[in-house]
Design a protein around this ligand. Structure first.
Ligand SMILES: C[S@@+](CC[C@H](N)C(=O)[O-])C[C@H]1O[C@@H](n2cnc3c(N)ncnc32)[C@H](O)[C@@H]1O
Length: 321
């Protein structure tokens, strides 16, 4: 299929398709590339060799998972019980979609919303948006999408907890918490962020593309300090989002590349969440500096300034300009 020409009309249609959650295939490169591009670099060859011999890669393929990254989330969930049916889950940096696949299965009956800067086919049952999460405009759209309709039925006589007419004690406390969350637009149960590292597709046209656009775009630099700093920016933006959107009791999982600043992030998480764990799941490659913070049970009443500096409100910046 020849690549589409981006006319104003097509752009408008694409903007609408973002909102309607249709995959944006227009960005895909043509599949026939010049012969020259067939030469792969030695790092690319190493990557392919490592991939094909990896147990998790093979397991992902046989289980219909979009990448071996699924096992990291499955292992974190097995340890910390992150998911429950009916939850609203946000997956930041969802592509190619294996974490979203896991979330959609575990939070059955709820909703999973993913965002990624690169185009990817949304996994079944997942709503996705294509855009840069660090853009204020994109975040605004995402927040609006999540909040829209999320609280129908809560408020006067609302019964989101399914606790009937019970009053008093814990039940009343939880209802008050729910109502406060609703007032503050906190509508998400779990925020996941796996933004920044490379991913390994198992199928699809991108895998067949010799140019390996995903890998080129998202590969880590291999320079520890740079990867660490980049991951801290993304993790902090994800934390700001989690602060605004997570319900009381909600969970946050964030990937980072280990380095000097990760302690600052950990301290902040400890202010906002009841429990924080630093994890390196078995399926995360030992030679990679990636690790995860699993932050459990968001506290309802922590002031924003205790967790984030004002200038870290990335998503509001565009508005002020
Ligand atoms: C390691 S991959 C995620 C893999 C995914 N968890 C899965 O299981 O399939 C990291 C993703 O983060 C995305 N990403 C990085 N920076 C981003 C940003 N600023 N906004 C949105 N997505 C971003 C990349 O495009 C990439 O697809």
């Amino acid at each position: 299929m020849p690549p589409a020409r981006l006319t104003p009309r097509l752009l408008r249609a694409l903007a609408a398709s973002h909102l309607l959650n249709r995959p944006l295939t227009f960005c895909a490169p043509p599949l026939t590339l010049p012969r020259l591009a067939l030469r792969s670099s030695s790092s690319s060859t190493r990557w392919r060799t490592r991939q094909s011999s990896d147990t998790y890669t093979r397991a992902a393929r046989t289980q219909g998972l979009k990448s071996r990254a699924a096992f990291k989330l499955l292992q974190l969930d097995a340890k910390h019980a992150l998911f429950a049916p009916g939850q609203t889950v946000v997956d930041l940096g969802f592509a190619p979609g294996s974490w979203s696949q896991v979330a959609a299965e575990k939070a059955r009956g709820g909703r999973v919303v993913g965002i990624d800067v690169i185009p990817a086919q949304p996994p079944a049952g997942v709503s996705t948006l294509q855009g840069n999460f660090l853009s204020g405009e994109v975040q605004e759209m995402m927040r609006g999408f999540l909040r829209e309709g999320a609280w129908a039925g809560v408020g006067e006589g609302g019964d989101k907890d399914g606790e009937g007419g019970k009053v008093g004690g814990k039940t009343k406390g939880r209802k008050d918490e729910r109502r406060r969350d609703a007032e503050m637009g906190r509508v998400v149960d779990v925020v996941l962020s796996d933004m920044s590292a490379p991913w390994e597709p198992q199928s699809g046209r991108w895998l067949r593309s010799v140019a390996e656009p995903y890998r080129r775009m998202m590969n880590t630099s291999g320079i520890g300090v740079r990867d660490h700093a980049g991951s801290m920016d993304l993790a902090t933006a994800a934390l700001a989002f989690a602060f605004d959107m997570l319900r009381a009791g909600g969970h946050f999982v964030v990937k980072f590349y280990q380095g000097a600043e990760d302690k600052v992030l950990e301290r902040r998480l400890r202010v906002l969440f009841e429990k924080v764990y630093r994890e390196k799941p078995e399926s995360s490659r030992s030679e990679s500096k990636e690790a995860f913070f699993v932050a459990l049970r968001r506290s309802p009443d922590v002031p924003r300034k205790d967790v984030l500096d004002e200038e870290e409100d990335v998503w509001k910046e565009d508005e002020d300009e």
